[in-house]
Write a protein that binds this ligand. Structure first.
Ligand code: W6P
Length: 418
């Protein structure tokens, strides 16, 4: 399917180090970029993505316990290889006629990138208008390529989860000692697979951040009307915690109502100074809060039942420190037994073969699942750690659970790249 030459290239680039980027660097780089800065950024991404993809291809090839042989894992590996090939086959800007002089400047200029502005300023001399056109053509093709890559990898989390289920079925057929439990109750995965999934999903967050940011910067560069002055690409320099929390709470309650068929569902009370603004990716923040609130809602509804007339409310408290912004989400959903706490962070087998086919699921009446493949919490913690934060859970069995989401405001922590 892929040429031996390509696989050699993959092996070679998998030995190159990946280059981590901090939130601060993303913002400094993307703040009112000149055409030359955009070019430099795109060139960085064109070099960096194949390196990151190659690391994943090699790792997907060498997974423990036979995971590499599962059909879904092979599909995911093919996506990574295909995306690697797309980027390697994409010509560089020089073949679009962007002058070498500009490219030289683009790679040499380690400052702000403003130096080159003069060169690319149309009307500066007769040639420069053309330079811009050629540059635009390359930029446009590059952006199309990475958008396509991002779309290709959309189903990665569910497909890898499917691959893990395939491995479990394989163990069942071969009566593997790794499958001690035959009752179908959730089992933790071997630690080697657990840590692979942590590395793999963390890497995915980084790759999608890189693509998302590059595409957003490109779009605001071609249409300045799209540019909000508190946004740098997909990063909001004044992310309003209260606003994102309100939206996440509303979305989580909607899902809860639809799933349980309850009216309203438990209240979510926002406490502390919600009017905190900090630099973050609002979609990441929304994802984390939504996931945690859904867990709390589920715990409360399942403890008190759908017919309860007054559920204990869920509290979301915000604390603003110098280093961290911490969000505590407290529920009275009965908590988790202490022995079960380590399992919270594992990519567990679900009780159902397919979570969407669980009891109560009706094909003709699709409901968004309250609980998916059991990947929500570990992935939420990866999002928190991606920009130097963390997620901790403290539980009182018989009462409830507190989730502490720490977000670093010192935006200089580098991406933790596996
Ligand atoms: C629970 C289990 C859980 C996980 C994550 C967040 C909140 C909660 N509450 O009972």
């Amino acid at each position: 399917k892929f040429s031996p030459g390509l696989l050699e290239q993959v092996k070679k680039l998998a030995t190159h180090p990946q280059t981590p980027v901090s939130l601060k660097q993303f913002v400094e780089f993307g703040h009112r970029p000149s055409p030359l800065t955009i070019l430099r950024g795109n060139q960085f991404v064109q070099n960096e993505l194949p390196v990151r993809l190659a690391h994943r291809v090699v790792e997907l090839e060498n997974l423990p316990h036979g995971l590499s042989d599962m059909p879904s894992i092979k599909r995911v590996k093919d996506w990574y290889t295909q995306s690697f090939e797309d980027l390697m086959n994409l010509p560089g800007p020089e073949s679009y006629g962007v002058p070498m002089k500009a490219l030289q400047q683009a790679t040499d200029d380690s400052g702000t990138g403003r130096k080159g502005l003069k060169y690319f300023n149309p009307g500066n001399n007769g040639n420069n208008g053309n330079d811009i056109q050629e540059l635009d053509a390359w930029n446009a093709d590059f952006i199309k390529c990475i958008e396509r890559i991002k779309r290709r990898h959309d189903p990665t989390v569910t497909t890898v989860a499917q691959g893990v289920l395939e491995l479990k079925q394989h163990w069942q057929r071969s009566n593997s000692p790794l499958l001690k439990n035959t009752s179908g109750s959730p089992l933790p995965l071997p630690t080697a697979i657990q840590s692979f999934l942590d590395r793999f999903y963390m890497s995915r967050i980084g790759i999608r951040m890189l693509i998302g940011q590059t595409v957003a910067l490109h779009k605001s560069s071609i249409d300045p009307r799209l540019t909000r002055d508190d946004y740098v690409g997909i990063i909001c320099t004044k992310t309003n915690l209260g606003q994102v929390a309100k939206e996440a709470a509303q979305d989580a309650r909607t899902i809860c109502q639809d799933y349980y068929g309850v009216w309203g569902g438990p209240e979510i009370k926002l406490l502390g100074n919600q009017d905190v603004e900090f630099m973050y990716v609002p979609s990441h923040l929304h994802h984390m809060l939504f996931e945690l609130l859904k867990n709390s809602l589920r715990a409360v509804v399942e403890r008190y039942g759908v017919d309860c007339d007054e559920w204990p409310e869920i509290k979301l408290v915000v604390a603003e420190g110098k280093e961290d912004i911490t969000i505590k989400i407290s529920d009275e959903g009965g908590g988790i037994p202490r022995s079960g706490m380590p399992l919270i962070w594992t990519y567990m087998y679900t009780t159902a073969e397919n979570p969407l086919l669980e009891e109560g699921y009706d094909r003709s009446d699709f409901r968004a699942p309250m609980a998916g493949y059991g990947y929500g919490l570990p992935i939420t913690r990866l999002y928190a750690r991606y920009f130097g934060g963390d997620l901790r859970l403290i539980s009182m069995e018989g009462y409830g659970t507190d989730a502490y989401l720490h977000l670093s405001r010192l935006s200089d922590s580098e991406e933790p790249l596996p």
